[in-house]
Design a protein around this ligand. Structure first.
Ligand code: NAD
Length: 291
């Protein structure tokens, strides 16, 4: 298959490389000068999109996605699929999908979970929104770049699933970190805390698989000085998207709102920028009730 791939950063680069490795002809474009193994670079997004059966985008945000869509949709062949894997607001995802469908294209919003290691290893999870025909067209590529793809519903459903999942993740990480910091102050050994919680009703992915305490549980960014992993500023981006969606849908999300406030404070005023999102634990460790 001839595939256009636009946005070859930390995630898009290895995803495009995996498509090329599987035998597809991949034509890439990025604003920055990048070289990706097996990928032929084009001079513009429109050039990468021309004649492609599928165009995949992996871009920083909704505004950039809209700008790129304006450029590439007119260049794409009728019947081709526009597959956006970026994490963006639900409204941008729906607008771009409508624009694509109205010009005779198939459209899928398919944000991912699994991070940079998932992109490199081809083990991402895709959550997809779009018609059955659009999903069917993109699904073989999801198989190469990932280990699981869930067709969540119509356009925007993939982004909705992603931000709801990550709102749970942000809230759970804050809860796990504040509980470990409380356990410390109550004199509880961290390993004992892990042994109990990871096999009791407080268990969660953040405790069991990504424990924020160094030396406890499986290897995680905590064991590597909290280098990301999943950076706190990316967690904040997703939490902000969840609150924007909640406002638009008139949904009451007090815990999501509080987690957004805490990650804003952490990233903007407390040296959290560039740290893994689990570095909330050393943040809580240093604080008392009045701080
Ligand atoms: P990144 O900044 O490394 O990559 C984005 C790339 O897009 C950059 O190479 C940039 O030069 C390029 N770009 C920007 N504007 C462009 C344009 N107009 N035309 C062409 N290229 C352009 O970011 P990333 O970590 O690869 O993340 C990409 C998306 O994936 C984001 O939406 C992010 O939220 C999402 N995501 C990231 C992770 C992660 O762990 N990094 C995990 C899940 C989802």
């Amino acid at each position: 298959m001839k595939i256009g791939f636009i946005g070859l950063g930390n995630m898009g680069g290895p995803m495009a490389a995996n498509l090329a490795k599987a035998g597809h002809e991949v034509i890439g474009f990025d604003m920055a000068p990048v070289e990706i193994e097996g990928v032929t670079m084009a001079a513009s997004g429109a050039e990468a999109a021309q004649g492609a059966e599928v165009v995949v985008t992996m871009l920083p945000n909704g505004a950039i996605l809209r700008a790129v869509a304006n450029e590439i949709i007119p260049a794409m062949d009728k019947g081709a699929a526009f597959v956006d894997c970026s994490t963006v607001d639900v409204e941008s995802a729906r607008t771009v999908a409508d624009q694509a469908v109205n010009t005779g294209l198939l459209a899928v919003d398919a944000p991912v979970s699994g991070g940079i290691s998932g992109a490199a290893g081809g083990t991402l999870t895709f959550m997809a929104g779009g018609s059955d025909a659009a999903f069917a067209k993109a699904d073989p590529l999801f198989d190469i770049m990932g280990q699981k793809a869930v067709h969540c519903g119509e356009s925007g459903a993939g982004q909705a699933a992603k931000i709801c999942n990550n709102m749970i993740l942000g809230i759970t990480m804050v809860g796990t970190c504040e509980a470990i910091a409380l356990a410390d102050k109550l004199g509880l050994d961290r390993q004992k805390m892990f042994d109990v919680v990871s096999t009791s009703s407080g268990y969660s992915w953040t405790m069991n698989a990504y424990c924020p305490a160094p030396g406890v549980g499986p290897q995680s960014p905590a064991d590597n000085d909290y280098k990301p992993g999943f950076a706190a500023e990316l967690m904040l981006k997703d939490l902000r998207l969840s609150q924007k969606a909640a406002e638009a849908a008139d949904a009451d999300t007090p815990m999501g709102q509080r987690a957004t406030e805490l990650y804003t404070q952490f990233v903007e005023n407390e040296d959290g920028l560039g740290m893994d999102f689990s570095a909330m634990l050393p943040r809580f460790e240093k604080r008392g009730r009045e701080d």
